[in-house]
Design a binder for this molecule. Structure first.
Ligand code: ZN
Length: 507
C-alpha cells in the first residue's frame, strides 16, 4: 500500500471546504518525512508517531467523518438498530450513533442505500497461503498437508510470506473483513515472522499475528534447524508488540501434539502475556481427549480460542465453557475436507457462541458471506433432520441475527478485542463497513439483517473503515497500488513453485 492510503480521495461528498480537504490530505500522508512539520503544529503532540498523526487534521483537531443516512445495524443491543441514522467518527473512534447528527467540519460520506455495520472479524486464517488461493479445490485434509504444507509451505522464503500476508489482508479488507487472526504456522526462521508482520502492518488491516511453528517436507516441524518456535515469541513481543493498543496484536498459534508439548507452548505464550489459539477436535486424531489431559494439569484458561472442535467429546466441550475459552468454527472447510461435522449446534447446546473463520484460501473463498451462510444452513439442516427423524424436542433454529453476531462481536471476543471492536458502540474503534442495498442481488431491500446474511456477496462491500481510516470507498480500495500487489503475487508464486519443484500450470 502506498503512503497516501488514508487520503480520503476526491470522491468524499459533503460540506468540506477545499482548505479542510488539503489539511486532511496532509495529515493522511503517513511518511516519516512529514511527521516533523505536521507535529510542529500540534502543541503537546510533538512526539506523535506518523500513525497517530493520521487521526488528526492539520491544525491538530481529530479528524471527523460522518456516515450519513444509512440503515444502521449496531450489533450492540444498548445502541440498537436504525432505519436511518448517522455514525460519527472522531479520530480512530466512534463517537455517536443516532439519527440526525450535526457535525460541523466533518467529512460527510453519504450512506443512502447502504447498510452501516461493524466489519466482519475472522478468527483463524492461514494468511501465508495468500498466493496459493484455489490451488487445492478438490483436496482432503491429507492432501492439504501434503501439497500446501509439505510441498509449498516447506519451501517458502520470507519474501513469499510477506507477499502472501499482504495479499490475503487486502483481500480481507476488500470483502469487509476488518479484523483477522493470522494463524501463521510458517515461521521457519525469525525472518519469516518479520516478513509476515510487515505484510500485515502495511495492509492496514486490524490483525492478530498468531505466531506459529514452521513447515517442512516431513511434518516434523519442531526439527527445523532455523526455526525458533516458540521461544522467539519473546523477541516478537519486545520488538513489535510492546503495546496491545495498536492495530496488530500478538497471539501464540499452538502446534499441539502431546499434552507435555502443548503445555510448554502454552507456557511460552503466557510468559509474554500472549493469548493462545489452537486446532483441536480435527478428524479421528482429534478424539484424543487432549483438553481433558491439559485440564488435568490446569492448562486451560480463558485466554484460549479452540478451532474446529468437530470431534471433541462432551467433557471437553464443558471444559472450554467452564474455563471461559472461545471457539472458532471454519464450517465450509470442515465440510469439504473431513474435519468432522461443524459443531454449530454442539456449541450452542453447550452455551458457547462461536466465532467464524475462513481457515484456508487454498480451498475456501475469502469472504464472510460464505461463512455466515454455511453455518446458517448447516444448523437449520441439522434441526430439520432431527424433526424428520421424530425428535419431539428439537433445538431452536438459528436466526440470521445470531449468525451476524457470530461474524462480528463473537469474532472480536475470540480475538481478544471485544472491548475495542465488534459493534458500533460509541467509544469503540471505528471498524465500520457500508454495504450496498441498491445492487441487483439485493434491491429492493426488505430486511436488513436478512439482506446481509442471505443475499449479499463481497460485491456489496462499498466502504470500509479501520480505526477511522478509510480503506475502501465507492467499491475500490483506497491507496493500493494494484499493479504492485499483482506483481508481488506473481513473483512469489513463480518463486515458490520453482523452489517446491511444482510444474507452473494453471489449467
Ligand atoms: Zn486452520
Amino acid at each position: 500500500m502506498s503512503a497516501d492510503s488514508s487520503h480520503p480521495g476526491p470522491a468524499i461528498q459533503g460540506r468540506q471546504s477545499r482548505r479542510d480537504f488539503l489539511k486532511v490530505g496532509a495529515a493522511g500522508l503517513a511518511g516519516a518525512s512529514l511527521a516533523a512539520p505536521v507535529a510542529a503544529q500540534l502543541p503537546g503532540l510533538r512526539s506523535a508517531t506518523p500513525r497517530e498523526l493520521q487521526d488528526l487534521v492539520g491544525d491538530g483537531r481529530r479528524r471527523r467523518i460522518l456516515l450519513k443516512g444509512g440503515v444502521v445495524l449496531s450489533l450492540d443491543p444498548r445502541v440498537g438498530d436504525f432505519e436511518k441514522a448517522d455514525v460519527l467518527i472522531e479520530g480512530k473512534k466512534i463517537s455517536a450513533v443516532r439519527p440526525n447528527i450535526s457535525a460541523p467540519n466533518a467529512q460527510v460520506i453519504d450512506a443512502t442505500n447502504r447498510i452501516v455495520m461493524p466489519g466482519f472479524v475472522d478468527t483463524h486464517r492461514h494468511m501465508w497461503q495468500g498466493f496459493l488461493r484455489n490451488v487445492l479445490p478438490d483436496g482432503s485434509l491429507e492432501d492439504y498437508r501434503n501439497v500446501v504444507q509439505r510441498t509449498f509451505g516447506a519451501k517458502m522464503v520470507p519474501d513469499d510470506v510477506y507477499a502472501a500476508d499482504l495479499i490475503s489482508a487486502l483481500g480481507a479488507i476488500d470483502s469487509g473483513v476488518t479484523c483477522i487472526l493470522d494463524w501463521s504456522h510458517i515461521q521457519n526462521s525469525p525472518a519469516h515472522s518479520d516478513a509476515c508482520i510487515k505484510g500485515l502492518q502495511e495492509s492496514g488491516v486490524r490483525a492478530v499475528f498468531a505466531y506459529g511453528a514452521g513447515q517442512n517436507e516431513n511434518g516434523r516441524v519442531m526439527e527445523i534447524p532455523t526455526a525458533k518456535y516458540p521461544g522467539d515469541i519473546g523477541r516478537l513481543r519486545k520488538q513489535y508488540f510492546s503495546s496491545d493498543d495498536q492495530l496488530v496484536t500478538l497471539y501464540l498459534a499452538a502446534l499441539g501434539g502431546t499434552p507435555e508439548a502443548t503445555l510448554s507452548q502454552f507456557k511460552a505464550a503466557r510468559e509474554v502475556g500472549a493469548r493462545i489459539t489452537i486446532h483441536v477436535g480435527v478428524g479421528e486424531f482429534g478424539r484424543n481427549a487432549l483438553l481433558e489431559k491439559l485440564d488435568a494439569e490446569k492448562g486451560l484458561k480463558d485466554d484460549t480460542t479452540y478451532i474446529h472442535c468437530c470431534t471433541l467429546n462432551d467433557t471437553e466441550w464443558k471444559l472450554i465453557r467452564d474455563t471461559g475459552g472461545t471457539v472458532s468454527i471454519a464450517s465450509y472447510v470442515e465440510t469439504l475436507m473431513g474435519h468432522g461435522n461443524p459443531p454449530v449446534q454442539k456449541a450452542i447446546d453447550t452455551g458457547i457462541r462461536p466465532s467464524l473463520s475462513v481457515d484456508v484460501e487454498t480451498s475456501v473463498p475469502n469472504d464472510f458471506f460464505t461463512q455466515m451462510r454455511t453455518v446458517f444452513s448447516l444448523q437449520k439442516n441439522e434441526v430439520w433432520a432431527r424433526r424428520l427423524a421424530g425428535d419431539k424436542n428439537p433445538p431452536k433454529f438459528l436466526t440470521v441475527r445470531e449468525v451476524l453476531e457470530f461474524a462480528t462481536i463473537e469474532g472480536a471476543r475470540a480475538n481478544g478485542l471485544d472491548k475495542k471492536i465488534g459493534s458500533l458502540t460509541p467509544g469503540k474503534d471505528a471498524d465500520v463497513i457500508m454495504l450496498r442495498t441498491d445492487t441487483l442481488n439485493v434491491m429492493p431491500m426488505n430486511n436488513a439483517v436478512g439482506a446481509v446474511v442471505t443475499s449479499m456477496t463481497a460485491h456489496n462491500v462499498d466502504t470500509v473503515l479501520i480505526a477511522g481510516k478509510i480503506m475502501k470507498q465507492n467499491g475500490r480500495l483506497v491507496g493500493v497500488d494494484m499493479n504492485r500487489i499483482a506483481r508481488l503475487g506473481r513473483e512469489a508464486q513463480a518463486r515458490n513453485y520453482k523452489n517446491a519443484n511444482v510444474p507452473d500450470k494453471r489449467v
